[in-house]
Design a protein around this ligand. Structure first.
Ligand code: ATP
Length: 354
């Protein structure tokens, strides 16, 4: 049976330096939550404390209502998948999968059944006798998954599970892990520094920085309503311009540019930056609109085209579907006058914390 994971005020200090500070988080039964953030933000430290590899300085970890903070790792029944796979090179796929079962004292017949089930889950039954070096990277990763699942874990932990795979395979394995996680209803905590991985796989994301949580929410909440410029920038490309709100309908950048933006609920008093995603900006050739500038650069990116538009020293980047020949945007050249427009409820005014 899968459990709910509850993390309360979890803190880890290494001497005077902060690993994780006061982390509160719950992962519901069957939910996948991803810890996302730059290198050194405390993701791995958090995961290791949940697994039981690292004792916290303070705070608690609970599986359902059971406090496991003091339990050693082998008694927690977590299934963990590492970036490096950590397979035993001299053991077959099946023996790697069964290793944890032997440690748990299951007899040979029980082990055999469980190993077969786990290998079937990851579609590797036909390669059970191969050694790790006779398997591709993606197949080795699936052995590692089977090994984590075979013990019927209460909590499933993924530590950058895809970073050793090439881009194409990564997209494939990503979908596969997500499908398996949903089908089996695995309560999962995943660590990643790859925003695409986090956005596509997770039910909710935790963006961390310097050992602290910046924001917790669904991918869409973080993408559309980031609480600060750090989150805005970390979960996707974003135009971020410093300045101040001029009035209820406009923001004045530090360069003096007036940008349309309505007041919406939740705007912070210390908001000092305008945040707007490039794909939310429309471009109209000519200078009839509210926000007028000049095209500085046009970059073709296949299905989309990126336009850098300059206003004096400031720029905004807009990304549009690549226009077909004959459409007004198809004729745009650097230095042309354009107007930019957007739904004035879409930009967010956020603090630019350091
Ligand atoms: P990465 O993506 O690079 O793995 P991370 O977000 O997982 O980074 P952590 O490994 O959790 O970051 O590290 C958080 C902070 O704690 C970092 O500043 C790191 O230097 C520090 N830290 C981690 N382990 C130790 C340790 N054993 N001793 C001292 N400091 C440590």
């Amino acid at each position: 049976m899968m459990a709910q994971l509850i993390i309360e005020k979890l803190t880890k200090r290494f001497g005077t330096s902060i690993g994780v500070e006061g982390l509160d988080l719950s992962v519901n039964e069957g939910e996948l939550v991803a810890l996302l953030g730059p290198s050194g933000c405390g993701k791995t430290t958090t995961l290791r404390m949940v697994a039981g590899f690292l004792p916290p300085t303070s705070g608690r970890v609970l599986f359902d209502r059971e406090d496991v903070t003091q339990l050693p790792a082998y008694k927690r029944a977590t299934g963990m998948v590492f970036q490096s796979y950590a397979l035993f090179p001299h053991m077959s796929a099946a023996d790697n999968v069964g290793f944890g079962l032997e440690m748990r004292g299951l007899n040979a017949a029980e082990r055999k059944t469980r190993i077969e089930e786990a290998l079937k889950l990851v579609r590797l039954s036909h390669l059970a006798d191969r050694l790790p070096r006779q398997l591709s990277g993606g197949q080795q990763q699936r052995v590692a998954l089977a090994r984590a699942l075979v013990i019927n874990p209460r909590i499933f932990l993924l530590d950058e599970p895809l970073s050793n795979l090439d881009a194409k395979l990564r997209a494939e394995v990503r979908l596969e892990i997500r499908a398996l996680q949903q089908r089996l209803g695995l309560t999962t905590l995943m660590v990643t520094h790859d925003r695409e991985e986090a956005l596509t796989m997770a039910d909710r994301l935790v963006v961390m920085e310097g050992g602290r949580v910046r924001q917790i929410g669904t991918p869409q909440e973080l993408y559309d309503s980031p609480v600060d410029a750090f989150v805005a920038d970390f979960v996707g490309r974003c135009n971020i311009l410093p300045g101040r709100r001029a009035d209820e309908r406009q923001f004045r950048t530090s360069g003096g540019l007036l940008l349309p933006v309505d007041v919406i609920g939740g705007e912070r008093d210390d908001a000092n930056a305008f945040a707007l995603r490039p794909e939310r900006i429309d471009i109209v050739p000519g200078d009839a609109g509210e926000v007028r500038g000049r095209v500085q650069a046009i970059t073709y990116m296949g299905a989309q085209t990126e336009y850098v538009v300059a206003f004096g020293d400031e720029t905004l980047v807009a990304v549009r579907p690549t226009p077909d020949a004959g459409e007004p945007l198809a004729a745009l050249k650097p230095n042309d006058s354009v107007s930019l427009q957007w739904d004035r409820k879409v930009p967010r005014l956020v603090p630019q914390t350091s």
